[in-house]
Design a protein around this ligand. Structure first.
Ligand code: 16C
Length: 258
């Protein structure tokens, strides 16, 4: 396969190389590895508690109903397949803060508290209030990396973004008007390239991006289970459709980024 002209942001992007001396690095590395393993596990045929709750074309969303002290903490696993973009592009727009406001509809404000490296940031986000509940905020590290181990057959490349709650003394939870939510999220993307019989350069028509998105959000304070599940059911499909559509749109007239 002949690859067309590609864009390279920085040679060591996604290797975590500059972040390795940071105190958060052991946690970032461990959570990313665990989350990737978890994302790669199938949802089974019903037997292991995953129930499908959204099924729209290639997009399928599953949840497991779990409550901790009466608080809904349903893990979510979503799979999607989109054409015309690479795994790196899909992860790039999810990771880079300058695009977040374009696709993240629940966001009120996003502050970068620390740039650990080019591929690892710490964010403080406030989200829109859902009446009559209190407003929520989230403080988390976010890391984007290229995956080279254990690729599925037929995969050209794989990238992930992992987001996980962390703490900052200067921003203690529940100290202002917001209740802190705690989240663990991974977006796993794989590029599949259609083989060209004539070895001609590949175009966007030859690209498929396979996506797995997993999330667990602890709402931080009690909220009625039925209301929370109704929010999840509406917001997650809305997010994944909007986000993937946004990336396709951003990429369509740009050189392919591997
Ligand atoms: O992964 C996603 N986004 C990343 C970048 O922002 C990051 C952030 C995740 C935070 C997700 C929690 C947002 C809670 C917002 C509060 C409810 C908003 C509803 C607004 C309706 C106008 O990883 C994509 C995230 C997609 C989020 C889907 C919605 C999840 C609802 C969670 C409800 C939590 C408790 C709400 C208490 C009332």
């Amino acid at each position: 396969t002949v690859l067309p002209e590609t864009v390279n942001i920085s040679e060591d992007f996604g290797t975590g190389s500059q972040a390795k001396s940071h105190p958060l690095w052991p946690n970032i590395d461990k959570v990313c590895t665990e989350q990737l393993r978890y994302a790669r596990e199938g949802v089974g045929e019903g037997g292991n508690g995953w129930q499908i709750f959204a099924d729209e074309g290639e997009m399928k969303m599953y949840k497991r109903e779990e409550e901790v002290n009466g608080m809904v903490m349903d893990p979510l696993k979503a799979c999607h397949v989109v054409k015309g973009v690479t795994a790196r592009e899909m992860c790039h727009y999810f990771f880079m803060p300058e695009y977040r406001n374009d696709w993240e509809t629940t966001l009120e404000e996003c502050t970068i508290l620390e740039k650990i490296s080019s591929d690892a940031f710490v964010f403080l986000q406030t989200h829109k209030r859902v009446w009559p509940a209190s407003q929520r905020d989230a403080l988390f590290w976010s890391h984007m990396r290229k995956i080279t181990d254990g690729l599925e057959e037929g995969t050209h490349d794989s990238w992930v973004v992992c987001n996980n709650s962390t703490e900052r003394e200067e921003y203690p939870p529940n100290s202002g008007k917001c209740i802190r939510i705690f989240l663990t999220v991974i977006l796993v993307c794989q590029t599949v390239i259609e083989k060209k019989p004539d070895n001609s350069p590949i175009t966007r028509d030859d690209l498929t991006c396979k996506i797995t998105y997993c999330s667990v959000v602890n709402p931080g304070g009690w909220a009625p289970a039925s209301a929370l599940r109704a929010i999840y059911k509406r917001e997650y499909p809305k997010f994944l459709k909007r986000y993937t559509g946004y990336v396709i749109d951003q990429c369509k007239d740009k050189p392919i980024m591997f």
